[in-house]
Design a protein around this ligand. Structure first.
Ligand code: GLY
Ligand code: MN
Ligand code: MN
Length: 423
């Protein structure tokens, strides 16, 4: 769990980056209507949650800075017996005041009036530009009368780059559940009939073990379906002799995990599948071993392209001079995506890759990134030896940058051929 002191510390750090005379406004996520009076499951906005840990809808966090003095406000929805009968208990302003280390807790119906009061003085107004709804539109209008408005999202994003000890604990917990799910998938694949049946097995483990939900829609792609990078239909049969690419991870207490394993339906890899899989696994391990503070993500990208390109030549999938092939980016057809991304409250964490001057940010202690090389060969690709056609393989782990190297947070999730086959 993230302690209240940590949230308070984050707010103080954020306040320090604001101009002397400022007001920062962060809204909770809005419930999304599915149809009529039915809603999608509610998930708090990550930036809002990061700054205060409040889980309910219709809430606003306000940070007011006057010279060096900082005052925080949290607006929460009013207690309402009738509505609570339908949608569940609300924390309410009285209890919220006890739980949260916030100077003033008010009900959300007072927010509009209060904002007008705050803005009587000419403040710099900060809000989240990534949000698009009528609450933000109103602020834009107000902001145009002031000295202008600024984006708070990019400032929060910078704070989110490096994870604290307690955040890492939550990611580890998410991964321990995701591990169970992937191992169950390895055990059961042979006995199941369809991709969505396998998806259900994974997500059953997520829920049963206390994860809020998946961190993104699970990809369960058998055979050639794995060559669609974000395949989420998951409605086809599992065919003996084929591989299944499973990209699935749970979200635990708002923290993501993001894991891909590629396993044989039958329980045994064919020779061709083994050849391609081993090549990608070797590359994945080599790239992970490069990770330490100071290294650039683009170095990892470049190295992964070189190694995969070499591997493709060795296997006869690409032909020609390796240096020329790399220069002409011929591997792109088979390795079209990046080596990895930041991960945290969001699977593709909203943290920057470049600093304010546009310079790449090197790896630093506390960052968490995925490493996920993959090779995808369409079944109709006549340039490739027949035995490799219709195979898509990705192997993905979640890596913490430590003081002088890295910790593979998902090292216990089987990926060696012999281990996968043993299950
Ligand atoms: N699961 C999405 C990704 O690997 O980036
Ligand atoms: Mn990923
Ligand atoms: Mn993934």
């Amino acid at each position: 769990m993230i302690q209240e002191e940590e949230y308070a510390k984050r707010r103080n750090t954020l306040a320090k980056t604001l101009k002397k005379h400022s007001i920062a406004i962060l809204f909770s996520a809005k419930a999304k209507q599915r149809s009529n009076d039915t809603e999608y499951p509610y998930r708090q906005n990550s930036n809002f949650y990061y700054m205060c840990g409040f889980k309910e809808d219709n809430a606003v966090l306000v940070i007011v800075k006057k010279e060096k003095k900082v005052k925080t406000y949290l607006f929460v929805q009013k207690k309402d017996e009738l509505l609570e009968l339908w949608t569940g208990k609300r924390v309410g302003e009285k209890v919220a005041k006890n739980i949260f280390d916030i100077d003033v807790v008010l009900t959300t119906d007072l927010f509009d009036k209060k904002v007008q009061e705050f803005l009587k003085d000419k403040y710099n107004l900060y809000f989240d530009f990534t949000m698009q709804d009528e609450r933000v539109d109103k602020l834009r209008k107000i902001g145009s009368h002031l000295s202008g408005y600024k984006n708070i999202a990019s400032k929060v994003a910078r704070l989110r780059l490096c994870k604290s000890r307690d955040e890492i604990k939550l990611i580890k917990k998410a991964l321990s559940i995701t591990k169970q799910a992937h191992h169950i998938a390895m055990k059961k694949a042979k006995s199941l009939h369809t991709e969505d049946e396998l998806q259900a097995e994974l997500e059953y483990v997520f829920k049963k073990e206390g994860a809020y939900s998946d961190a993104y829609t699970s990809i369960v792609a058998c055979g050639n379906n794995a060559n669609t990078l974000h395949y989420i239909k998951n409605d086809e049969c599992l065919k003996n002799g084929k591989l299944i690419l499973i990209d699935a991870g749970c979200e635990y207490e708002y923290y993501a995990s993001d894991i891909t394993r590629t396993i044989p339906v039958s329980g045994k890899f064919s020779m061709a599948q083994k050849e391609l899989y081993s090549m990608i696994l070797d590359v994945e391990i080599e790239i992970i071993n490069m990770i330490k503070p100071g290294v650039m993500r683009t170095d990892l990208q470049k190295k992964s392209e070189e190694l995969l390109c070499k591997g493709l030549v060795t296997l006869g999938i690409l032909k020609g001079d390796i240096d020329k092939l790399i220069k002409k980016k011929k591997y792109k057809k088979y390795y079209p995506h990046g080596i990895g991304h930041w991960m945290g409250l969001d699977v593709h964490d909203e943290a920057p890759y470049k600093d304010k001057k546009g310079k790449e940010i090197p790896l630093m202690k506390g960052m968490v990134m995925t490493i996920e090389p993959g090779i995808y060969i369409d079944e109709k690709d006549m340039n490739v030896p027949k035995k490799f056609r219709g195979i898509g393989i990705r192997i993905e782990d979640d890596i913490l940058v430590t003081k002088d190297a890295f910790e593979n947070l998902s090292r216990d999730i089987f990926k060696e051929i012999k281990d996968i086959e043993s299950l």
